[in-house]
Design a protein around this ligand. Structure first.
Ligand code: PEP
Length: 253
């Protein structure tokens, strides 16, 4: 899976133009599940543009409640009603700027799975935690809390994105070995919390300054099953190049 996180960029007209260009640039590319995550105001227009193609559309966030007095929020049933199939949960920017916690991620995960959305749950350590040797502890804690009371029967669509916070939008990338090691820790914790078979098949994406020039070295790691891409997904040419450079993606475990 290669997911594009457009963050708070692009007007609806720009989003449509970008999606149209991607369709042309990625025509015939069938190897990867590609998910485009525009700002919520552009979900409908991107869905219209990509309708009937192999490209899926995801939201960047949602509320855990199905409806209610939550001004400014959108719900899982609203997303599925227009054809959105994926949702990013717990992105580090949501955790940093909007008070998202492991607990709200867990609540959102329950709701997303209940409504048949494919959740892309983001975890990752900040620089200080890596420097103090706390990466493993942080990843285990984030995964364990996100998965609280999730039943293995329901969790099959789950996707986890390992996004070291120090690598997001900074131009710094985890080495392929660092990423593979973190993915191994995440997979181990999913096996403990849910079950081994599910963990073996779980897709774990890497995110953090993935670009066309480093995509293949990251995606060639057997432990890395895809990428969550921010900055390099904003220009259709660079995203298409990245998708194509990611050739030889490790077999889904
Ligand atoms: C992201 O937003 O999830 C991300 C990984 O951003 P970037 O690729 O710009 O580091």
């Amino acid at each position: 899976m290669i997911a594009a996180n457009w963050k708070m960029y692009k007007t609806p007209a720009e989003a449509r133009a970008c999606a149209t260009a991607l369709l042309r640039l990625l025509a015939g590319h069938e190897r990867d599940e590609i998910v485009i995550c525009p700002p919520s105001i552009s979900l409908s227009i991107v869905l219209d543009t990509l309708s009937g193609t192999g490209l899926a559309v995801g939201a960047q966030n949602m509320h855990f409640a199905e409806e209610g007095a939550y001004t400014g929020e959108i719900s899982a049933p609203m997303l599925t009603s227009i054809g959105v199939t994926h949702v990013i949960l717990g992105h580090s920017e949501r955790r940093l700027y909007f008070n998202e916690t492991d607990e709200t991620v867990n609540q959102k995960l329950h709701t997303a799975l209940k409504h048949g959305l494919t959740p892309i749950v983001c975890v990752g350590e900040v620089l200080e935690q890596r420097e103090k040797g706390l990466t493993e502890e942080v990843l285990i804690r984030q995964v364990a809390r996100a998965l609280r009371d999730i039943s293995p029967d329901r969790a099959q669509p789950l996707v986890i994105a390992y996004e070291p916070v120090w690598a997001i939008g900074t131009g710094k990338t985890a080495t392929p070995e660092m990423a593979a090691q973190a993915h191994g820790i995440i997979r181990g914790e999913v096996a403990r919390r849910l079950d081994r078979r599910l963990a073996d098949h779980l897709r774990i994406l890497y995110g953090g300054s993935v670009r066309p020039d480093n995509a293949s070295s990251l995606l060639n790691q057997a432990e890395i099953d895809g990428a969550l891409v921010g900055g390099a997904s904003l220009k259709p040419e660079s995203f298409a190049e990245l998708v194509k450079h990611g050739s030889g993606i490790g077999d889904p475990a």
